[in-house]
Design a protein around this ligand. Structure first.
Ligand SMILES: Cc1ncc(COP(=O)(O)O)c(C=O)c1O
Length: 397
């Protein structure tokens, strides 16, 4: 994992004004950046239908922006369905990808109008017998990449060797497996596992014709498209070049989908905190911020991310420093052993690239109020101040 860097920022005045207007802690979401990221990925994968993985940042405005651009939505829970329902998203543009579901989850998704589901084992396949005339299933395969920061194939996905057996069983049960899916892991540092997975899926799709199944018509290549935190990663055009090549080898009737989360929203999010306390401890200057590991920086734990940080002091003298969060727990430290100029209580500290898997996984430990989510648009800066629970849809204006 990369160490956290803390840079000298240049837009102190801008953030101080935003902090005066909206208060801190806040997660600023720039919808222009969401649009930009969507269009970048769309141009890198022009023939791939993109379903936004709303778990990354389940915010109504982000959903609205992406829906207007023609995105579909990847959902994995009843709460996420409710969010899309409230946003009036057309159900036919959604896919339900959780490989493990209860019957009421399946029924709720069907009531909503979602008809594409994911399975990866026999028990899950059998759950669809009562709904077999209403659904098309994707079979999830497991491809564990050592080059992904977050592994998503340990817990889900069947081994490729087991796929023919499941496809054959589904055909015998009269359940339509319309395609395959995989997730090569989140924040993949190179595309080799995507390419390998596409090639293996290509073979299985071609073989499936001999297993008594109807021809497969869909391949969902998951997410995993990386963003630059502190380490260098290839730009998306370079990252996707070998993926495009591998996709070109698929049978022509196969429609390709992807479920990007991080790539669409991480660069759109900026965390804005204030220093609320400061103390010398063991020859280091400790700064206490109004948000930390239990809040927006929960991604340091759950998502293994390290976010580029910025401060706005011009003081030339630097000291060994620590940036810590506001809770009573000692784990609540964002970065230690970093040389910083002396900062004062009330100064602003910024975290970059913080749109994905940050507010989405924040807790309310110590009953501290969650960071507000402030949506910034090109035409206007307006606040949709939402609490953490509200992020799941009850936006207050
Ligand atoms: C099924 C599924 N699809 C898509 C995503 C989004 O992945 P990423 O943020 O790497 O694009 C995830 C992330 O957990 C996932 O589990």
């Amino acid at each position: 994992m990369q160490p956290t860097t803390v840079k000298q920022g240049v837009k102190g005045h801008y953030y101080r004004k935003l902090a005066e207007t909206y208060g801190t802690p806040a997660l600023l979401i720039d919808c222009r950046m969401v649009r930009h990221q969507y269009l970048l990925l769309k141009s890198a994968l022009p023939d791939v239908h993109l379903y936004y993985a709303i778990k990354a940042l389940p915010h109504p405005k982000v959903i609205e922006v992406l829906a207007a651009l023609g995105a579909g939505f990847e959902i994995a829970s009843s709460g996420e369905i409710n969010l899309l329902h409230r946003a009036r998203i057309a159900p036919r543009t959604t896919i339900h990808t959780h490989p493990i579901k209860r019957d009421p989850d399946i029924r709720q998704a069907l009531r909503f109008g979602c008809t594409t589901f994911v399975i990866d084992n026999t028990e899950e396949l059998l759950k669809f017998i009562p709904y077999k005339h209403r659904v098309g299933l994707l079979l999830r395969l497991s491809f564990q990449s050592s080059d992904a920061v977050v592994d998503l194939s340990r817990k889900f996905g069947c081994c490729p060797d087991d796929a023919p057996g499941l496809i054959h069983l589904a055909a015998r049960l009269g359940i339509h497996i319309k395609g395959l899916t995989f997730h090569a892991g989140s924040q993949c540092t190179n595309p080799s596992m995507h390419v390998h997975a596409i090639n293996v899926c290509n073979q299985i799709i071609r073989q499936s014709r001999g297993l008594g199944a109807a021809p497969m018509s869909m391949l969902d290549i998951g997410g995993g498209f990386p963003v630059a935190y502190d380490s260098r990663i290839p730009d998306i055009e370079t990252f996707t070049a070998p993926i495009r090549q591998a996709l070109n080898q698929l049978p022509p009737n196969v429609r390709v989908a992807a479920e990007p989360g991080r790539f669409l929203v991480a660069p759109a999010g900026t965390a804005m905190m204030s220093i609320i306390g400061k103390a010398w401890r063991n020859d280091r200057l400790w700064y206490y911020l109004d948000d930390g590991i239990y809040g927006l920086f929960s991604g340091q734990v759950f998502d293994h991310a390290r976010y580029p940080m910025e401060i706005f002091s011009t003081s030339p003298k630097v000291y060994p420093s620590v940036l810590a969060g506001p809770t009573c727990d000692s784990i609540d430290v964002i970065v230690e052993d970093v040389m910083l100029p002396e900062l004062e209580i009330g100064e602003i500290v910024i975290g970059r690239q913080m749109g994905a898997y940050t507010a989405a996984s924040a807790t309310s430990f110590n009953s501290l109020p969650p960071a507000k989510v402030v949506v910034i648009d090109s035409r206007q800066t307006r606040s949709l101040e939402t609490g953490r629970a509200d992020i799941a849809g009850q936006t207050q204006n």
